[in-house]
Design a binder for this molecule. Structure first.
Ligand code: NAD
Length: 272
């Protein structure tokens, strides 16, 4: 039987109606967390995540919020605390791409990606931190985390260190997440709040369907992955659960690459 490492802890997973966020929500719930499944537009897909959690005996609620809108983010956190009484974990996952060559990139394409991928993380992390600081650490309740007061996991990308021509808005947003994460981690550590990022490589979701659904593009992709397989949302969800658990209590301000070795400069494997 799986050990319920997150029993009764309350987690918000943004953008959990699909892909990596969905896998995180389901996995955290399977470890005993009560999960807020957040979606921005696709009610039906959000409900499917909740249904799957409940089918497995877990607890979840569905909350609509666009992470780039301050009032919607605040309302999501209020709803969480009204429903479950507290918050222990934020998985700040929601993100998108709007690709274009740099020369043709519009301000709207730049702004949208920064608004969701970076400002959205700022808004969610700030609300989570305020809640963590406001709520008393309830040491007398053995089911609650004995160590951290709250855990934040930001969804970054290998493109926080690998430059990405044709995607400069995305790469800038993820590079921004790295310094944002480290800076708030430094600032929040005295409050016993832990902040870390996970940086996935190529994970099979809708965001990159055009690549893995095309055999030629998929073959080229595998050349970038020493481990020779595309990742799954579950690969990421397991790492997120570890960072959310007390097993990683001394890990703070780190970025964990989950990429099958994509960041190992695979083009140098044959001596360059
Ligand atoms: P996905 O498109 O399946 O998931 C993205 C989720 O974010 C969707 O559920 C979407 O509805 C949600 N979202 C978008 N805008 C939102 C908004 N304004 N407010 C709330 N939710 C919003 O793709 P995914 O691959 O699961 O992406 C999840 C995260 O993982 C993203 O941050 C992405 O950058 C990151 N990532 C993905 C990969 C990959 O290869 N799939 C690699 C590195 C990083």
């Amino acid at each position: 039987m799986t050990e319920l490492k997150l029993k009764d802890q309350v987690a918000i997973v943004t953008g959990s109606s699909s892909g990596i966020g969905k896998a995180c929500a389901i996995h955290l719930a399977s470890l005993g967390a009560k999960v807020v499944v957040n979606y921005s537009s696709n009610l039906e897909e959000g409900q499917k995540t909740v249904d799957e959690i409940e089918k497995n005996g877990g607890i979840a609620i569905l909350v609509k919020a666009d992470v780039s809108h301050e009032e919607e983010v605040k309302a999501m956190f209020n709803k969480t605390v009204n429903e479950f009484g507290r918050l222990d974990i934020l998985v700040s996952n929601a993100g998108l791409q709007q690709d274009s060559s740099f020369l043709d990139m519009t301000l709207a394409q730049w702004q949208k990606v920064i608004d969701v991928n970076l400002t959205g993380q700022f808004l969610c992390c700030r609300e989570a931190s305020r809640q963590f600081v406001a709520q008393e650490k309830r040491k007398s309740e053995p089911d609650h985390s004995e160590l951290s007061v709250g855990k934040i996991i930001l969804m970054s990308s290998v493109h926080d260190i690998i430059p990405w021509a044709g995607h400069v808005n995305y790469a800038a947003s993820k590079g921004g997440i790295m310094m944002f994460m480290k800076s708030i981690s430094q600032e929040l550590a005295p409050y016993k709040i832990r902040v870390n990022s996970v940086s996935p490589g190529a994970i099979k979701t809708t965001i990159n369907k055009d690549v893995w659904s095309d055999p030629e593009k998929y073959k080229s992709l595998l050349q970038l992955i020493p481990y020779k397989r595309i990742g799954t949302p579950q690969d990421v969800a397991k790492a997120v659960a570890w960072l959310a658990s007390d097993d990683s209590d001394y890990v703070n301000g780190e970025t964990l690459y989950i990429d099958g070795g994509m960041t190992l400069y695979p083009e140098f494997a044959d001596n360059g």
